[in-house]
Ligand binder design. Structure first.
Ligand SMILES: Cc1cc2nc3c(=O)[nH]c(=O)nc-3n(C[C@H](O)[C@H](O)[C@H](O)COP(=O)(O)O)c2cc1C
Length: 351
């Protein structure tokens, strides 16, 4: 028997939710597990994953879709531009047991937008609508047993990766995920007055708006007046809404939620090197060092085949504000093992 994800009830029941925003190259399974162990957000997203890649048996992408049971509710995010690939990818995410499937209409990276994916889809509402409908149909077909992972005729190496992911997540009972979209205000200019009502026609479970245009990238400030306006529209449509952009503390999140009448907030960049951003705690460098160790241990356990290098970026952020940050940074950019990280303990703690 398929059950609706508990996330649906959480959205229905909750006034204020604080979630971890998806970040490509950052919010991998090790980051998310560490975040969960230190200060669990109300909901968590994977990094975005290519729908076309999943539909074409790209086995590497299954690392991005790894999640542990502690992370729930966990939402898998897809990007791309081909509705048929979104259908296949959504069935895969359903089978993997995600609590939600989120569609990315907000990524500003050239590698994504020049192919017509991410935020470029704001200029293609017809195609964007086809993509949403495709994911919706996939969820419905999965719930009613019209489609299953076997119908997709995936390659044996992909089935192997799926089974490994299922073992890691311990997912067994079939659940029906939520459907959501994460987007921006527009491409060149703010078109949210038309774009948000358009998206709200699709009976989404929730919608996230980052208050910048594609052109802005991450420059300037997020426009919280525009976010507030969109939040009002979502409320009228009965759709849960997350505002996003420049929130760097749980206090600010609550303040903005009240000031701009937004039920939910997502935090992205401020969680890098600071998992306590979800609790308001000011961690000291002993706690930060312990978090670095935990992050490294999780990374090595989850990705034993990977190089240590991607962790350096996180460690640089953990030590920001340290009195000896400059000297520490010089050592961190050369770290290749957990033993070398341990050799920095005294320097990090003595501050
Ligand atoms: C390194 C990086 C990677 C990102 N990757 C994604 C992504 O995969 N999917 C997505 O929807 N947004 C992505 N974003 C955008 C963030 O989720 C968020 O919308 C944005 O950073 C604004 O929120 P913030 O000010 O709290 O960071 C990314 C942002 C950064 C900085």
């Amino acid at each position: 028997m398929a059950q609706r994800t508990p996330l649906k009830n959480i959205l229905n029941a909750s006034q204020f939710l604080l979630g971890l925003s998806p970040m490509d190259g950052i919010t991998d399974a090790a980051f998310r597990l560490t975040q969960t162990q230190i200060a669990k957000p109300n909901l968590i997203f994977t990094e975005f994953v290519s729908a076309e890649g999943l539909a074409h048996n790209a086995v590497k992408l299954y690392d991005t879709l790894l999640f542990s049971p502690q992370e729930r509710p966990i939402i898998g995010q897809l990007f791309g531009k081909d509705p048929q690939s979104f259908y296949t990818a959504a069935v895969i995410l359903c089978h993997l047991g995600f609590d939600g499937i989120d569609i990315n209409f907000g990524c500003p990276a050239k590698t994504v937008t020049q192919h017509g994916s991410g935020a470029a889809l704001i200029a293609q509402p017809q195609l964007a609508g086809d993509i949403i409908n495709s994911v919706k149909t996939a969820i419905d077909d999965f719930a009613t047993n019209k489609v299953s992972i076997n119908s997709l005729k995936l390659k044996p190496k992909v089935i192997e990766a799926i089974n490994r992911n299922l073992q890691y997540s311990q997912h067994q009972t079939k659940i029906i995920p939520t459907l959501s979209v994460k987007t921006r205000l527009g491409i060149e200019a703010d078109v949210s007055r038309q774009w948000i009502p358009f998206l709200l026609n699709f009976n989404l479970d929730f919608l996230t708006l980052h208050g910048r245009t594609l052109k802005q990238g991450y420059a300037g400030l997020a426009d919280w007046q525009a976010i507030s306006r969109a939040g009002k529209l979502a409320k009228s449509a009965g759709v849960y809404f997350f505002g996003n952009g420049d929130i760097d503390s749980s206090q600010k999140a609550l303040e903005y939620s009240q000031k701009y009448h937004i039920p939910g907030i997502l935090i992205g960049r401020a969680a890098m090197g600071n998992p306590w951003v979800f609790t308001g705690k000011q961690a000291n460098f002993t706690e930060k060092y312990q978090a670095m160790l935990l992050h490294a241990q999780n990374f090595l356990k989850i990705f034993p085949h990977r190089r240590f290098d991607p962790l350096r970026r996180h460690f640089l952020l953990y030590v920001s504000g340290h009195p000896r940050a400059k000297a520490l940074r010089q050592e961190i950019v050369q770290l290749t093992s957990i033993e070398q990280l341990c050799s920095l303990e005294e320097k990090i703690l003595n501050c």
